[in-house]
Design a protein around this ligand. Sequence first.
Ligand SMILES: [Zn+2]
Length: 233
Amino acid sequence: MKQQLEILCQLQALEQKRSVLAIQKAKIDATEVRQLWQEIKFLGQKIAADQEKIDCLKKVSLRQQEDLAILIEKCEAAEAKMYSGKITNLKELEEMKNKSEAARKEIGGFENEVLMTMEQCDQLTNEVVTQEELLAQKRQQHSQCQHILVKTLADFEDQIAKIEAECKILSRQVEGELLRRFRELSRKQAMPIARVENNVCGGCRMSMPASRLVSVAGEILHCENCGRILYID
Ligand SMILES: [Zn+2]
């Protein structure tokens, strides 16, 4: 009986260890991995949106440049005519000069617009480059974090599986009735078997008379106070 109770004590200790590991495993925090994933998603969306803006700006810039070229062409043609010497009417020449000056002013304003669009495009392109670098960093961080998380979980599962296998082996070595009582008690108590030291129950600390602690013919002794199976060294 003593040997059987000793095995049961080992089984209880292992099952306790298994519970602790299961709690620790459940507490493993995946917040960092989730947060990084959110950041990656957000950055990806931002880059896509900025890229769309850049494409749009490039189209606008191209159209502006085309319009500007037409405007310059027209202006130059008019100026060429004005300076050709073919027009001799002073009033007409004066009008043409005024028109040409106004056209040159308009061209100047338009050139500024073209430059501004190009600058916007360059600025946004630089921002996208920075964001893409950050995205690559975040992806690497996420991959490392996830790798650690998966490994930690796998380590826990491995330890738990080993303990469960040991528990199975030990359970088979315990006699049926004793194991049945142990299991029944373990539904109510976390530690259903208690060591007795100096006549004191290791489970509830209740002191018992030495005469109560004598087991006759393999009888299973229980604590009168807490009901635990008693193991006397
Ligand atoms: Zn007790």
